[in-house]
Design a protein around this ligand. Structure first.
Ligand SMILES: O=C(O)CCC(=O)C(=O)O
Ligand SMILES: [Fe+2]
Length: 281
């Protein structure tokens, strides 16, 4: 049984949560096929689901109810999702946040935009999953001089008041031990980094990604299969969410994506969202 109330609490407290065993193994296979078949399409994932008939679990009542209980009732979907395949070549990423145009103190307000990652293979025993820092959604990300400079600019230019607490660096790293069938939800402000490497011996030892990148390969478990992931953005009605949507819509490199969504609007399964009382943007 999935304890949504507890996951909701974890999401607010830690900035992320891991939902175990949400998809059956047949559903996992279907989602993997969906990704392989539609990976090249530059369009919202629901359009690809509709075209292929694969992955309908993602517009089921079961899925929407889960999101409402964990994220919140007045959900908004702004057709922002994509399919990812990559093979075992790239290095571990760097810590970043997904939030944009965010002008609030992270320790004083909740950012109402979340991202979901469905990593469709084993990252409990293997490398390639996502690394988070516990409770980092309440802190500023100060990982480079450039980031510090931009935060200082905001403080002075926009007269932002930021409490001292928000400057204290969060340090508890966590390689999320997700397996096929699980899904991960994180807040837009949570500090995270893609593609951790899992140590072979101290399997559950979590390091700063710098060490994942520089330590020799033989210390780490490999990735098990090609890395297949479905990402979605969701939000609750809020001024900061609207600012995030505006930012996404204005990104030059996504121009074709938004245009394709618009052209195919009549094929979007809007009724399912309506039935679940989800606002579509
Ligand atoms: O590749 C990954 O696992 C990380 C992706 C990521 O940071 C994101 O989707 O926001
Ligand atoms: Fe990210």
């Amino acid at each position: 049984m999935i304890d949504e109330q507890n996951l909701n609490t974890q999401l607010r407290k830690n900035g992320f949560c891991l939902v175990k065993n949400f998809f059956s193994s047949d559903e996992v296979q279907e989602l993997r096929s969906l990704i392989k078949q539609k990976k090249h399409k530059n369009q919202d994932v629901y359009l690809s689901i509709n075209e292929s008939g694969l992955g309908k679990i993602l517009f089921s009542k079961k899925y929407f109810d889960l999101l409402k209980k964990i994220i919140g009732e007045d959900l908004v979907y702004f057709k922002d999702s994509h399919l990812l395949i990559d093979s075992d070549k790239q290095k571990t990423g760097t810590f970043h946040i997904d939030a944009r145009n965010d002008n609030e103190d992270p320790s004083k307000s909740e950012y109402k935009v979340w991202r979901i990652g469905m990593y469709l293979q084993d990252h409990k025993n293997y490398s390639g999953g996502i690394k988070m820092i516990y409770a980092s959604h309440t802190k500023l990300l100060l990982s480079s001089f450039r980031k510090i400079y931009h935060i200082l600019l905001k403080i002075f230019r926009k007269n932002l008041k930021i409490s001292f607490k928000s400057f204290l660096p969060p340090l508890r790293y966590f390689n999320i031990p997700s397996e096929a069938g699980d899904l991960i939800i994180w807040n837009g402000r949570t500090h995270h980094c893609g593609r951790f490497r899992r140590l072979k011996f101290l399997k559950n030892f979590n390091m700063h990604p710098f060490f994942d990148r520089v330590l020799p390969d033989f210390l780490f478990a490999k990735e098990n299969e090609d890395r297949l992931v479905i990402f979605q953005n969701w939000c609750l009605q809020d001024k900061a969410s609207q600012d995030y949507i505006d930012y996404r819509l204005s990104q030059v490199e996504f121009k074709d994506y938004w245009e394709n969504n618009k052209i195919l609007e009549k094929d979007f399964p809007a009724q399912e969202f309506k039935n679940a009382n989800i606002t579509l943007y």
